[in-house]
Design a protein around this ligand. Structure first.
Ligand code: 5RP
Length: 273
């Protein structure tokens, strides 16, 4: 792998821990103005110092994130349906690799939908995105979307993650499930977990901790951070679980210590957890 690819991967996966805290704010591409993301920068600016990278679409990047923001970007390049669609997640390519390069991103993300009637479209498009990304040394994060009528179990997620890895994705984002070790062992590339719908803070920290113990390298978490009562306290707690190997209980202690109105932004050098 060339220097550029390795440099971009090092922006996504922290070399010192081999782990990653991706803050996901790409929900609007099919959900519209999701609660907590009505004005993305208002939500995100206090969280950026604690995230390793930001996962979003080009529209939010261009219009809501200041170019001087010190945060690597993972750009979602798949989309094309909305929550109103009967074919939710029948996604195609919505951003060219040239535009991703212009936007100076560290990586791109693409959703596949294994088991759906249009799985072939999503899988062939993933392969196409990998081909183009490889040309420029850009890491690809495959996202295993799960249709409403699919079972989010180890058997299904192992299949979807393995296919993503076989088609050339460099990282895979999936969901945590019982028997998650099986999903990790069957996938040739590192896995991060999505947080999914908002659950109590301790439960989200416990899920992240269990996923890490099962072999995931981190999270690509959105709603469980930006819809938390105190998003900054929550991302600090998640960061401690990921990078400091804190227990869920210690993470909750950090959450409780910092929750309440967002505290003044600490300079990067002062950030402890
Ligand atoms: C759907 C996505 C999100 O990036 C992914 O689900 C992570 O967000 P959350 O933790 O809120 O599930 O791919 O928009």
């Amino acid at each position: 792998m060339d220097w550029g690819f390795r440099n971009r991967m090092a922006q996504i996966v922290r070399p010192s821990t081999g782990r990653s805290l991706m803050l996901a704010v790409d929900h609007g591409y099919f959900m519209g103005p999701t609660h907590g993301l009505e004005k993305p920068w208002d939500t995100v600016k206090a969280l950026v110092p604690y995230a390793d990278c930001l996962a979003l679409t080009r529209g939010v990047l261009r219009h809501a994130i200041p170019p001087e923001a010190d945060i690597p970007i993972i750009l979602r390049v798949s989309g094309g349906t909305s929550i109103l669609s009967k074919e939710l997640l029948r996604e195609g390519i919505i951003t060219s690799m040239q535009d991703a390069l212009r936007l100076n991103v560290a990586g791109v993300a693409f959703s596949i939908l294994v088991g759906s009637p249009h799985e072939r479209d999503t899988l062939l498009n993933l392969a196409k995105v990998v081909d183009e990304a490889e040309e420029y040394g850009i890491p690809v994060l495959a996202i295993t979307a799960v249709g409403k009528d699919m079972v989010r179990d180890a058997r299904y997620l192992s299949l979807a993650c393995r296919i993503a890895g076989e088609l050339g994705a460099h990282l895979v984002k999936t969901y945590y499930c019982d028997g998650f070790e099986q999903v990790v062992e069957g996938c040739p590339v590192p896995i991060v977990i999505a947080g999914g719908k908002k659950i109590p803070e301790f439960d989200a920290l416990q899920m992240a901790h269990q996923a890490l113990r099962a072999g995931a390298i981190g999270v690509d978490m959105g709603r469980n951070i930006f819809q938390s009562e105190s998003p900054q306290a929550m991302i600090r707690a998640v960061r401690a679980v990921i990078h400091d190997r804190a227990s869920p209980e210690d993470g909750m202690e950090i959450y409780n210590r910092f929750k309440g109105p967002s505290l003044p932004l600490l300079k990067e050098t002062q950030v402890t957890a």
